[in-house]
Write a protein that binds this ligand. Structure first.
Ligand code: ZN
Length: 442
């Protein structure tokens, strides 16, 4: 029997018009459900003068108010333990994850049993799309402590892969697992995939030859979608890299790369995406860059109607070369990380694209944004590879020109460091320091 190409062929290749019709039907349903069962949505819709009947087309969603992280924090614990956004009694909730809490109070994300099972079916679909089969051995190297990415391993198990729940163990232990159990697929962050490969080499293991990993799934940072970063990791491991996108306020991964590696297919039967202008809040057409706003179409425990993700990117809805019709999203940065120099919006991912494409440096970098004479400027620290014959001045000038060419704004300074001077990330890399904010903090 020949192997099936899709996890769910009918759903994944549904013609656009039918997919739109499916989304509209689910949208009407979830908006009504939220209005009738969530204290928060009833109040917010009434205040905005909209009713469930206001949804006649998908575009009508734009009449509804946004929610964001602050809405979650403000309503959490109000009235009931799970708070005003929750739309089911706590007895129907079987699982909660908590956001990483890197800024402010951690927020809880509740799931009913059906929410949880449907989420894992999406994970199976994304894993299958990335090429996972029941012949694979899979290492889930994500954090299991409260983090929403932890349970995603169940999607791989439901697919039939042999799963190893490693979690975020120290790198020596993870390398031991990779050497002894010879898994074929691993999921981690791009920074860690790079760090782990380099660490393996230092201990005499060539990840490209001595290990069996042939696919790396990454999420949590922009790197997986930056071609230069992706190729550098692929080369280091002699493996294919697939970027996934997830959001703790919704569920684990909700979009992933197919073999075309051109954007990430969003599970559109579960999530509706809009692109919003960050200055005017107006809806942008497909292909234009703005903040991605997501609406969950099926989750009952805590529906998310027009959730502002803070992720900047754009959307394409044409059929992909893989045959899938579900929209592809392209994440280009975080709104929080964007800085403006000489009127140009700059994302750390733009800088990374340049740094990872240049010879003679390690690929590690640190960006500092500061203010001089009331004008923002940025500087970049890079590491020269050991044994390079180039002078620091020559290298700095080469990096500076490459940044100017790509971004349009020259950095105020390039600092050349030695290999190993910058801290190596073991989970999410902190590669941007905004010194202006530090100055303003009392
Ligand atoms: Zn595709």
């Amino acid at each position: 029997m020949s192997e099936k190409k899709y996890w769910d062929e009918k759903l994944e290749t549904l013609p656009r018009a039918e997919l739109d019709a499916l989304q509209l039907e689910s949208l009407k349903d979830i908006v009504r459900f939220s209005y009738e069962h969530s204290v928060y949505y009833k109040r917010a819709f009434d205040e905005a003068g909209v009713k469930p009947e206001s949804i006649k087309t998908l575009a009508d969603l734009a009449k509804f108010p946004f929610v964001d992280k602050k809405t979650e924090r403000d309503t959490q614990g109000v009235g009931t333990f799970l708070g005003e956004m929750c739309a089911v009694p706590e007895t129907d909730v079987v699982f909660v994850s908590a956001s990483s809490g890197s800024t402010g109070v951690p927020t809880l994300s509740p799931f009913t049993k059906t929410d949880f099972d449907e989420w894992q079916d999406v994970e199976s679909r994304l894993f299958y799309m990335a090429g996972m089969r029941n012949t694979d051995r899979y290492v889930h190297a994500l954090n299991f402590t409260l983090f929403v990415g932890g349970p995603d391993v169940i999607g791989a198990q439901n697919l039939g892969a042999l799963c190893i729940w490693s979690g975020t163990v120290p790198s020596e232990r993870l390398l031991f697992i990779l050497k002894e159990f010879k898994p074929t697929i691993i999921w981690t962050t791009p920074s860690y995939a790079w760090y782990l490969g380099e660490t393996a080499k230092k201990s005499g293991i060539d990840p490209a030859k001595d290990l069996a990993i042939n696919k790396i799934i990454v999420a949590g940072e922009a790197g997986g979608s930056i071609a230069a970063t992706r190729q550098a990791i692929e080369e280091l491991w002699d493996a294919d890299l697939f970027d996934f996108f997830g959001i703790s306020d919704i569920f684990g991964a909700c979009a992933g790369m197919c073999e075309a590696k051109d954007g990430l297919h969003l599970a559109e039967d579960h999530i509706l995406v809009e692109t919003v202008d960050i200055h005017t809040d107006g809806i942008l057409p497909d292909g234009e860059q703005g903040e991605l706003v997501l609406t969950t179409l099926r989750k009952r425990a805590r529906p998310m109607i027009r959730f502002r993700t803070g992720d900047i990117g754009y959307v394409k809805r044409d059929t992909c070369s893989c045959g899938r019709t579900h929209a592809r999203i392209y994440i280009t940065g975080r709104k929080d990380d964007m800085f403006i120099v000489s009127g140009v919006n700059i994302f750390p991912s733009d800088v990374e694209f340049v740094i990872r494409g240049l010879e003679g440096i390690t690929g590690e970098y640190l960006i500092r944004v500061s203010e001089k004479n009331y004008t923002a400027q940025y500087t970049v620290e890079v590491e020269k590879i050991t044994g390079s014959s180039e002078t620091d001045e020559q290298l700095a000038s080469r990096v500076s020109s490459a940044l100017k060419a790509r971004i349009g704004v020259k950095p105020a300074q390039i600092t050349v460091l030695k290999d190993g001077d910058l801290p190596r990330a073991t989970h999410k890399a902190k590669r941007l320091i905004d010194e202006r904010k530090l100055n303003y903090t009392i």
